[in-house]
Ligand binder design. Structure first.
Ligand SMILES: Nc1ncnc2c1ncn2[C@@H]1O[C@H](COP(=O)(O)OP(=O)(O)OP(=O)(O)O)[C@@H](O)[C@H]1O
Ligand SMILES: CC(C)(CO)[C@@H](O)C(=O)NCCC(=O)O
Ligand SMILES: [K+]
Length: 256
């Protein structure tokens, strides 16, 4: 069995896809898929050991401390296996990475681009990933990662206002906005942050459409996706676990 891990800056997501299904389904069928916070990684050992794992592929953008912790846990759980650490490169699984320095691109973004190209071959795709950071990337019909934007995630944006101003409070994440112009502080903050994110996604969608003059698909993923979806005025598909789907495609394209 294949163990796929997506270590982000807020949570560690992991899954085991069904690799026996032939022909491969458009979206992997997950035998198991779940996530833990960084302070709960100790529970991973017992959970992983319940599966007959034969290969491990990991995307980590959470830094070297998290990498070391995962390496130690994996060495305990599967002493005979050598985990593969996915890294961005100029070309992988049929996708070309147009970053000036291909290795500089976050490997979670490259994995998501690979998933987008696999799910929507020969189509132009905007991939919005709304986690700790929000990234909005363009993947062309020629399977190129064309480039993208990085902005603070929804929570980080709101927190930075509370942290760096005298009069602005920390707002509850559950506050809803149904129109841009709020008449109280809490809703004005939430409105500003949501529309900054939704506005960036909307701009990217129209810019790619204008550049390619062809239909554009928009995919949205990450913990904040459900809060942004109602604020997008065009069709946008919510796909959970886009990074893990990309790792699945990488593993299939690169059998050992
Ligand atoms: N209830 C909520 N209300 C508003 N935003 C939320 C809520 N829950 C999660 N988010 C947003 O989702 C972001 C992270 O979500 P999540 O815990 O799923 O991490 P993630 O998408 O896996 O990110 P990463 O890959 O960076 O770890 C938060 O920083 C926040 O912006
Ligand atoms: C932008 C994040 C934090 C999103 O998870 C990650 O992809 C990352 O650390 N990227 C490195 C910088 C870059 O992608 O240009
Ligand atoms: K960072």
């Amino acid at each position: 069995m294949l163990l796929l891990i997506d270590a982000g800056n807020t949570r560690i997501k992991w899954g085991i896809p069904d690799t026996q299904q032939l022909p491969a389904p458009a979206q992997p069928h997950w035998l198991k898929i779940t996530s833990v916070a960084h302070d709960q990684t100790d529970q991973l050992l017992a959970e992983w050991q319940q599966h007959k794992v034969t290969r491990i592929l990991i995307s980590n953008v959470a830094g070297s401390e998290v990498k070391t912790r995962l390496m130690n846990l994996l060495a305990h759980a599967f002493p005979d296996l050598t985990p593969e650490w996915f890294a961005s490169q100029a070309q992988c699984a049929g996708v070309t990475n147009n970053y000036q320095n291909p290795q500089q691109l976050g490997c979670d973004r490259f994995a998501s681009a690979i998933a987008a190209a696999y799910l929507y071959p020969s189509q132009h795709v905007i991939v919005a990933t709304c986690g700790t950071a929000t990234t909005v990337d363009a993947v062309t019909a020629q399977s190129e990662f064309a480039g993208g934007m990085i902005l603070p995630g929804l929570k980080l944006m709101a927190e930075s206002l509370a942290r760096n101003t005298a009069q602005l409070p920390q707002v509850a994440e559950s506050i809803q906005v149904d129109q841009p112009f709020a008449n109280n502080t809490d809703q004005a903050i939430v409105s500003g942050c949501i529309h900054a994110q939704a506005g960036a996604i909307t701009l990217a969608y129209h810019a790619l459409h204008k550049k390619q003059a062809e239909p554009v698909i928009c995919l949205i993923s990450g913990g904040a996706a459900p809060y942004l979806l109602p604020h997008l005025s065009f069709q946008c598909e919510h796909i959970a676990n886009l990074v893990l789907t990309g790792l699945f495609v990488v593993a299939q394209s690169n059998p050992r």
